[in-house]
Design a protein around this ligand. Structure first.
Ligand code: 13P
Ligand code: SF4
Length: 327
């Protein structure tokens, strides 16, 4: 099962207050709700912990009370929670909530690369499957990637997978040469350099802030580059009063809460319609597969669950624990 059918969603009693029901089920199931900043505002608002991928992995480990995790994010994030907390039931409202980066780096291809480059240290972004993690020496997120790279002895060659944009940015920041896996995020590569330059000219007071998954052409114009949580912090604590935000638009919900008096402009995109018919806009179509209705059903039925074999879990855990130990 990849998720709930339209008929199952339509069968929900319309008189139910889903916010109340989720709250009730949360107590009944001894559940904690972890949500990523890219989720729909309603889903962010029901979370016990709202965070970026690193904070959510840390929250899963830190939580000692619950038996169930309702994960409102994408598959690799929920799978990471399961790897770290095998004793808990982890449910994701829609198992099809994937990630273009995770799709770009199948484990067998990474294993072949390792075989051909036995001396390379493989640093893999957390946006990857459990099987791909098993082929990695280190896992990192955008929050801790610079720190992880600094742990690797200078003489060691590095492969950074699967995000070539984040990898190129890290290579520039650290002064280290790296092989880069050719993966990209379908959301962060949609921003238009030409339109951003025009918007900056219209708002010369604005600060352009960007996630390092954006293309180099965008990052070179940015006044500040950082992970999801660093971008949030910049908006809340920085001195600028207008920001052009080059990342997934779900983050604006929390940015507005933390900085209600600041002006936030979404960075414009190239506006290409993709082959799969999705919008080519600032919204991650995978993240948006989760809805309040499916979150309710997932908690009610404790399904769809993240399942992973113990052998795979133990192998994927090693590089993840290594990451957490220095984060
Ligand atoms: P964060 O690690 O900043 O949460 O990013 C995850 C992600 O999927 C970005 O597109
Ligand atoms: Fe993956 Fe990009 Fe969506 Fe993040 S925004 S989950 S990197 S496709």
């Amino acid at each position: 099962m990849s998720g709930f059918t339209e008929a199952e969603v339509a069968s929900i009693d319309p008189s139910l207050d889903l916010f109340e029901e989720i709250e009730r089920l949360k107590t009944e199931r001894k559940a904690i709700i972890l949500a990523h900043y890219y989720q729909d505002p309603d889903l962010q608002d029901i979370a016990d912990v709202l965070g970026d991928s690193l904070a959510l992995a840390q929250a899963a480990v830190a939580d000692k009370k619950s038996e169930v995790i309702l994960f409102l994010g994408v598959h690799f994030m929920a799978e990471t929670a399961k790897i770290l907390c095998p004793e808990k039931t982890v449910v994701l409202p829609d198992l099809d909530a994937g990630c273009s980066l995770a799709d770009s780096c199948p484990a067998d291809q990474l294993a072949a690369y390792r075989k051909a480059h036995p001396n390379h240290v493989v640093v893999t972004y957390i946006n990857s499957t459990a099987a791909t993690k098993t082929q990695s020496d280190w896992i990192c997120t955008s929050s801790n990637a610079e720190k992880i790279i600094s742990q690797i002895p200078k003489e060691k060659p590095i492969l950074f997978a699967p995000d070539r944009n984040l990898g190129a940015w890290l290579a520039r920041k650290s002064g280290r040469e790296m092989d880069l896996w050719p993966g990209t995020c379908i959301v962060h590569e949609t921003f238009s350099e030409r339109k951003i330059i025009a918007l900056k000219a219209e708002h010369p007071e604005a600060e352009l802030i960007a996630h390092p998954e954006c293309e180099d052409t965008i990052l070179r114009h940015a006044d500040f580059v950082g992970s999801t949580s660093k971008l949030l912090q910049r908006v809340a604590e920085g001195s600028a009063t207008t920001f052009i935000v080059a990342t997934e638009s779900g983050i604006l919900h929390e940015m507005k809460k933390r900085a209600p008096h600041k002006t936030l402009l979404e960075a414009p995109t190239k506006d290409e319609t993709r082959e799969d018919g999705t919008c080519g806009c600032q919204e991650c179509p995978y993240m948006k597969l989760n809805t309040l209705e499916k979150a309710y059903l997932a908690l009610r039925d404790l399904n769809p669950k993240i399942e992973i074999s113990e052998e795979l879990r133990v192998q994927a855990l090693r590089p993840l624990e290594r990451m957490l130990s220095v984060s």
